[in-house]
Ligand binder design. Structure first.
Ligand SMILES: NC(=O)c1ccc[n+]([C@@H]2O[C@H](COP(=O)([O-])OP(=O)(O)OC[C@H]3O[C@@H](n4cnc5c(N)ncnc54)[C@H](OP(=O)(O)O)[C@@H]3O)[C@@H](O)[C@H]2O)c1
Length: 331
């Protein structure tokens, strides 16, 4: 079968690999569409822990079950599914096990004609979603869901800031926060992206490249309860200019700066919580899909590429010009 293979750091090839077979409790899913995440760029740069090559890339995917392994209920055959994008979360909803890992390095990923996965990794695709939309959900949607719902404890009327609104997780967070009834503000390097966010329901936004963006945001919002953050500032104290007392900063990425500093006294006197998060559990994935179906949420797709043009999809991600998800069509 054809697959998008990372052969070594910085080198991906669309090449022939052996088709997987379904083990005990596993099925073979014929992938209809996959989507890209920033993670694949970190992996290509060799900046991801536990690098292993060659490896089929891709955490996000959706498709049809075409083969069943032993001890799989025959009702799974021909089902259209979305793949939960990780293994071994474990039984603790508060945090994953140490064995937790995302599909697509070191385990084979979704950017191939077929993937073998346990049925415990599968959720039936809600009928209202097209293949491309289904494939755009897993990593970004799940990360945003856990960050806002569990860690942010989002409620109707909360004021939420979403940083770097061009990103996949940020876009998913915007749609979810609006569906929760929150009042949403954004940051971006692009005035067009801020305008786009406003056109779908955000109240306003500021450019994170402006040195005084924290003060601008305070003026615009009056105060923020929850930050959904892919890029903490190098000096986190700047956030105290706009955070409400008791606010939650939920961080899922380090795009902006790998380190940050914080004034401890301001932090505790204002009852601020600074919370790290990564992806979410299988139960949260199911809850996310139910919430999305209830609120008829379609993920935002920036662009689509055919499988044979898969490498161009990575070029598009590298530019950072996208707003929403970049999808690869496999069929
Ligand atoms: N913890 C997890 O489970 C998890 C899951 C997914 C992603 N991540 C991480 O989260 C980050 C975003 O991932 P993604 O896949 O959503 O990314 P993406 O689709 O590649 O988007 C990246 C976005 O980051 C924004 N950005 C760049 N520099 C920034 C800065 N200095 N301050 C604020 N925003 C900045 C840009 O927004 P504008 O274009 O609007 O300027 C850009 O569009 C990555 O670091 C990724 O590794 C973590």
């Amino acid at each position: 079968m054809k697959a998008i293979l990372l052969t070594e750091a910085m080198n991906i090839e669309i090449t022939d690999v052996t088709k997987p077979t379904a083990g005990e409790g596993e099925v073979i899913v014929k992938i209809a569409a996959s989507s890209l995440n920033h993670r694949e760029l970190w992996i290509q740069k060799g900046l991801y822990p536990g690098m292993k090559v060659p490896c089929i890339l891709g955490a996000d995917g959706a498709g049809t079950i075409v083969e069943l392994g032993n001890n799989v209920n025959p009702t799974w055959k021909d089902k259209e599914v979305i793949i939960y994008p990780a293994y071994d979360w474990g039984t603790n909803e508060h945090a994953p096990s140490r064995q937790f890992r995302v599909l697509g390095m070191p385990d084979p990923g979704t950017m191939a004609e077929y993937i073998a996965v346990p049925t415990t990794n599968l959720v039936e695709k809600p009928k209202y979603l097209k293949w491309q939309e289904a494939a755009a959900i897993p990593v970004a949607g799940l990360t945003a869901w856990r960050a806002l719902n569990r860690h942010g404890r989002i409620q109707k009327g909360d004021k939420v800031l979403i940083t770097g609104i061009g990103g996949g997780v940020a876009q998913a967070g915007l749609a979810l926060a609006l569906a929760f009834g929150a009042t949403v503000y954004v940051t971006s390097s692009s005035a067009e992206k801020i305008e786009y966010a406003k056109s779908i329901g955000a109240i306003g936004g500021v450019n994170y490249k402006d040195e005084d963006w924290h003060s601008q945001l305070k003026e615009l919002s009056g105060g923020i309860d929850i930050v959904l953050d892919s890029s903490p500032s190098p000096v986190l104290d700047n956030y105290f200019r706009f955070m409400n007392y008791g606010g939650r900063i939920v961080t899922y990425g380090s795009t902006g700066a790998p380190k940050t500093t914080i004034s401890i006294s301001k932090f505790f006197l204002r009852h601020i919580q600074f919370i790290g998060t990564a992806m979410g559990s299988p139960l949260e994935f199911m809850a996310l899909l139910q919430f999305m179906e209830k609120h008829n949420i379609q993920p935002l797709i920036d662009s689509q590429f055919s499988f044979k043009d898969g490498e161009k999809a990575f070029d598009a991600l590298r530019t950072g010009n996208q707003i929403g998800k970049i999808v690869i069509n496999h069929i």
